[in-house]
Design a protein around this ligand. Structure first.
Ligand code: NAP
Ligand code: MG
Length: 401
C-alpha cells in the first residue's frame, strides 16, 4: 500500500514524561506506517526549553502561525520541585500559556464518547464541548479587605484626567471588595474563535452569562457576541445549518443537563473553568478529553487535555509496566491531520484521521483498554493492556477495518 502524502507540514511539538513515551509509540505504530509524515519538529521537552531559554516554545508558536496547524504533546509546567529535578536556569512559564498568548486563542475541550464508558448523565449521547474565555474577570481581579466602617468606590480616570466614580458599598461592619475587568478586544477574539470553531465542526453554539444581574459587565459580552454574529457569521451559519443561541447561565445549566449533547457551550473564564471539570468528570475520564486551541485568525493547535502523567512515568523509569491511556493524544494527532487535510484538500488524509479515531473507539468497545478505563467501563471482563500493547491493538483494529 502506498503511504498517504502530505503537501504542507504539520507543526509537531514534542513534550515530557509519559506522554513523550506515548508520542513515539503513536508515531511508530499508527502514523509512520501509513503516512509520509511531514512535520516541522519542535522539542518542547523541558530539557530543550531550558537549553534554548524557552525560545523553542516561541518558535513553535510562530511556526503554527506560518503553517496553520500544530499538534502538541503534554509538557511540564515547572514548579519548585522541577527546578531541582531538571536543574533549570529559571522557572520557565507554562508553554500552553506562551503559545496561547502568541496565537490569542480560545481553548475548546471535548470528551471522546465511547459505548461502555457511560456518562453519569444518561441522556448525554454526544460530546459537549466547552469553550472557555481565557482572559480577565476574577483571574485578574484586584481585591481588598475593608477592615472597618467606610466607603468603597469604583473609580475610572481616563487618559484626559476625567474621573468617573460609583459607590460600591458603604460598610458599617468589616467586609471584602473586588474589582474585575475585561477588554473588548479579547471578548471579540473569543467570539470570533467560538463562531469559527462552530462552523468548522458544524455544531450549534450556546453562550451564557449573567447579564440580567450584571447589566454592564456581562451585558457587554452578550452585546459583542450578538454584534459579531450579525455582522460576520449569520449567513455562514444559515448555510451550514447551525445555530447561535444566547441564554442566561442558569437556563444554560438546566438545558445542558436535559440535552443530548452535540453542541459547543461558550463560557466566561470562571464559568468555563468550573463547567469543564464538571463535563469531563461526568463523561468519565480526563484521559478521554481532547483540547484544541483556535485563534481568531484560524490557526489550530491540538492536544490532549491531561498532563504528562508523571506518576506513570516514574513507574516506567523503574522498569515497571504502565497502562497509560493514549486515546486523547492519538485524537490530538487525528484532529491535526484532519484539519491539515481539510486545508490542503487532501481527502486521503481526512479519511485516515477518521479511520484512526474509529479504530481507537472500536478497540475499546471490543473490550481492549487501559487500566483507567477498565476501572469504569460497563463492558464485562475487559482486557487490560499495557501502554504499548494498547497502541498495537489499535493498529490491529485499524488494519482489519
Ligand atoms: P496528569 O498528567 O493529568 O495526571 C494526573 C492523574 O490522572 C494521573 O496520575 C493518572 O491517575 C490520571 N491520568 C491522566 N492522564 C492519564 C492517561 N492518559 N492515562 C491514564 N491515567 C491518566 O496531571 P499531573 O500528574 O498532576 O501533572 C503532571 C505534569 O503535567 C505536571 O508537570 C503539569 O505541569 C503537566 N500538565 C501539563 C498539561 C499540558 O501540557 N496541557 C496539562 C496539565 C498538566 P493515576 O495516577 O491514578 O493512574
Ligand atoms: Mg479548573
Amino acid at each position: 500500500m502506498d503511504k498517504i502524502k502530505m503537501t504542507t507540514p504539520l507543526v509537531e511539538m514534542d513534550g515530557d514524561e509519559m506522554t513523550r513515551i506515548l508520542w513515539k509509540f503513536i508515531k511508530d505504530e499508527l502514523l509512520i506506517p501509513f503516512i509520509d509524515l511531514n512535520t516541522e519538529y519542535y522539542d518542547l521537552g523541558l530539557e530543550n526549553r531550558n537549553a534554548t531559554d524557552d525560545q523553542v516554545t516561541i518558535d513553535s508558536a510562530n511556526a503554527t502561525k506560518k503553517y496553520g496547524v500544530a499538534v502538541k504533546c503534554a509538557t511540564i509546567t515547572p514548579n519548585a520541585a522541577r527546578m531541582d529535578e531538571y536543574d533549570l536556569k529559571q522557572m520557565w512559564k507554562s508553554p500552553n500559556g506562551t503559545i496561547r498568548a502568541i496565537l490569542d486563542g480560545t481553548v475548546f475541550r471535548a470528551p471522546i464518547v465511547v459505548n461502555g464508558i457511560e456518562p453519569c448523565v444518561k441522556n448525554w449521547k454526544k460530546p459537549i464541548t466547552i469553550a472557555r474565555h481565557a482572559y480577565g474577570d476574577v483571574y485578574k481581579a484586584t481585591e481588598m479587605k475593608a477592615e472597618k466602617k467606610g466607603k468603597a468606590y469604583l473609580t475610572f480616570v481616563d487618559e484626559d484626567g476625567n474621573e468617573t466614580r460609583e459607590l460600591i458599598h458603604e460598610f458599617e461592619t468589616p467586609g471584602v471588595i473586588q474589582g474585575q475587568h475585561n477588554i473588548n478586544q479579547s471578548i471579540e477574539s473569543f467570539a470570533r474563535s467560538c463562531f469559527s470553531y462552530a462552523l468548522s465542526t458544524k455544531q450549534d453554539i450556546w453562550f451564557s452569562t449573567k447579564d440580567t444581574i450584571s447589566k454592564k459587565y456581562d451585558h457587554t459580552f452578550k452585546d459583542i457576541f450578538a454584534e459579531i454574529f450579525e455582522n460576520e457569521f449569520k449567513d455562514k451559519f444559515e448555510e451550514a445549518g447551525i445555530e447561535y443561541f444566547y441564554t442566561l447561565i442558569d437556563d444554560a445549566v438546566a438545558r445542558v443537563m436535559k440535552s443530548e449533547g452535540g453542541f459547543i457551550w461558550a463560557c466566561k473564564n470562571y464559568d468555563g473553568d468550573v463547567m469543564s471539570d464538571m463535563i469531563s468528570s461526568a463523561f468519565g475520564s480526563l484521559a478521554m478529553m481532547t483540547s484544541v486551541l483556535v485563534s481568531p485568525d484560524g490557526y489550530y493547535e491540538y492536544e490532549a487535555a491531561h498532563g504528562t502523567v508523571q506518576r506513570h512515568y516514574y513507574k516506567h523509569l523503574k522498569g515497571e509496566e504502565t497502562s497509560t491511556n493514549s486515546v486523547a493524544t492519538i485524537f490530538a494527532w487525528s484532529g491535526a491531520l484532519r484539519k491539515r487535510g481539510e486545508l490542503d484538500n487532501n481527502a486521503e488524509l481526512v479519511a485516515f484521521a477518521d479511520k484512526l479515531e474509529k479504530a481507537c473507539i472500536k478497540t475499546i468497545e471490543d473490550g481492549k483498554m487501559t487500566g483507567d478505563l477498565a476501572r469504569i467501563t460497563t463492558i464485562p471482563n475487559p482486557t487490560v493492556l499495557n501502554s504499548e500493547n494498547f497502541i498495537k491493538a489499535i493498529r490491529e483494529t485499524m488494519e482489519n477495518m
